[in-house]
Design a protein around this ligand. Structure first.
Ligand SMILES: C[S@@+](CC[C@H](N)C(=O)[O-])C[C@H]1O[C@@H](n2cnc3c(N)ncnc32)[C@H](O)[C@@H]1O
Length: 491
């Protein structure tokens, strides 16, 4: 008899895969007494299963297996359903899933709320402890809890995973993208699209035209472009946004292509998919409302949540990593450059003092520390600028924007349009400067006797001044207050 978790294809003697279940839950999600109780019950059931297996009592074995599965679910899913940090656990599982997708020997995997099931190529007998240790080492930033378990899956569950694997054929990308859906991704996505009509009209989508929405988000702009008959390639680095846009835009079928990735790599992402040039490129920079509103994403100081702020939950550095490990001078620079925070040095000093006592792990903890340096004046919370700065640093937002600006035009056909919506002066300044640089036919310098042709000249301005929200939009959506739309057309 093969070990539990071993999978044999019909008609094949040799096992082709071994299934493991990795369970990761918060150490504090269960009281210690319940954990002990569960471990004992589980041990008894496992022993009974072993006996039943040896005696060949198949009916009893499957009954015991069901019981064991229910016991696991009760323990794992029960308390976590009410555990406020549940989503964080999902994010960790997702990070592990991404790692697994890239790992050699992993045939397939499936991500659950707080466990990951993995189908490994059958080979030498696996050393579970060593394997788990190696995953722990390679998932830097994924905080494994001391009760993490890596175990062989029971035969019926293993067979289910194997069947999914066979049906999926090519697992890694498909499952990572389509099925590694966490609870976070299934939650409702409410984002009011800013400058929707203005941006889409400027891009002139139509039947037969191909558009790129580099910031798919909830799909608001994309929907209008699809309604106009265009084909849309939607890029987003946030799995929750991609899942929401797919749901909303499903009626457009294969006119929409959703791409996971950072828009700084837009050219490569599209070329890999056979798209060499397009008619329009839109970027509605910044974060979406669900990113800010969801406490578990850690963007907002108004709600207690982990200090995270990653738009891409699999990205390496979270806000907590920066706050707890960056040098004081680096912290001060981040707050000054990206938040224009005048008290940057004092805040950085206080952060360093506080983190030497205990790590700073939550949004409200950081907001409270900042408030001790900057007493509240007026309506704005003293942490507003620092949180903006950290968010920009965590997601390298200005770096990604610069890369998109410098590569975006190369994707456009002649007459194609490039539209960017920004929400703060740092971004708008970068867009304005770049658009000026590429739309000026000549450049002049005081030391030159006459103007010279501009080697970067490649486009013309569609609007001389940025488009901003009108009265109706301003009163309906206060977030539109700071939005600026700039558009150029490739020559
Ligand atoms: C303001 S929302 C877009 C909303 C969208 N236009 C709509 O109407 O629903 C910005 C989105 O861009 C994504 N995003 C921001 N920077 C990105 C980057 N560098 N690469 C890919 N996606 C990015 C965010 O994850 C977010 O979902």
């Amino acid at each position: 008899m093969n070990a539990p978790g071993t999978v044999v294809y019909a008609g094949q003697q040799e096992p082709v895969g071994i299934c493991y279940r990795i369970v990761m839950w918060e150490a504090d999600a269960l009281p210690q007494s319940s954990l002990e109780e569960w471990k004992d019950a589980r041990k008894d059931l496992m022993a009974a299963m072993r006996d039943a297996g040896i005696k060949g009592a198949r009916g009893k074995l499957s009954g015991l297996e069901k019981e064991l599965h229910e016991l696991n679910c009760r323990v794992i899913e029960g308390p976590l359903a009410t555990c406020p940090r549940r989503a964080l656990t999902c994010t960790r599982a997702n990070a592990l899933a991404l790692l697994l997708a890239a790992e050699e020997g992993v045939l397939g995997f499936r991500v659950g709320a707080c466990s990951v099931e993995v189908l490994l190529q059958a080979g030498e007998e696996c050393d579970l402890v060593a394997m788990q240790e190696s995953w722990k080492r390679s998932t830097e930033g994924v905080e494994w809890c001391s009760d993490a378990i890596c175990e062989a899956m029971m035969p019926a569950a293993a067979a289910r995973l194997q069947a999914e694997y066979r049906a999926a054929d090519t697992l890694s990308e498909t499952i990572a993208e389509e099925e590694a859906v966490t609870d976070l991704e299934l939650s409702p996505f409410h984002h009011v699209t800013v400058l929707a009509r203005e941006a889409v009209e400027a891009l002139q989508p139509a039947e037969g035209r191909v558009m790129v929405d580099a910031t798919l988000g909830g799909g608001g702009h994309s929907e209008l472009m699809l309604q106009a008959g265009a084909e849309v390639w939607g890029i987003d680095q946030d799995p929750a946004a991609r899942a929401a846009a797919k749901r909303r835009l499903a009626p457009f079928g294969d006119k929409l292509h959703v791409v996971a990735g950072n828009f700084r790599n837009a050219v490569a992402l599209l070329q890999e998919r056979g798209v060499q040039s397009v008619d329009g490129l839109l970027a509605d920079i910044g974060i979406s409302s669900p990113q800010v509103d969801c406490a578990e994403r850690g963007f907002s100081f108004l709600n207690e949540g982990p200090l995270d702020m990653r738009m891409n939950p699999a990205a390496e550095r979270s806000a907590a990593d920066i706050v707890n490990t960056a040098a004081e001078s680096e912290l001060a620079d981040i707050l000054w450059q990206y938040g224009e925070e005048r008290a940057s040095r004092a805040i950085a000093r206080r952060i360093v003092q506080e983190r030497s006592k205990a790590p700073i792990t939550t949004t409200t903890q950081l907001a409270d520390i900042i408030a001790t340096v900057l007493p509240r004046k007026g309506k704005q919370h003293p942490a507003t600028r620092s949180f903006q700065a950290l968010r920009i640093a965590v997601n390298d937002e200005l770096g990604a924007l610069a890369d998109l600006l410098h590569t975006g035009l190369s994707l456009l056909r002649s007459g194609g349009r490039f539209a960017i919506i920004t929400f703060h002066s740092l971004e708008d300044r970068a867009v304005k400067r770049f658009f000026e640089q590429v739309t000026r036919p000549e450049i002049d310098r005081p030391e030159w006797p006459a103007p010279r042709p501009n080697p970067d000249y490649a486009a013309k301005l569609v609007f001389r001044k940025p488009i901003t929200a009108g009265e109706a939009e301003l009163s309906a959506n206060p977030r539109s207050r700071s939005a600026k739309l700039r558009v150029i057309e490739k020559l």
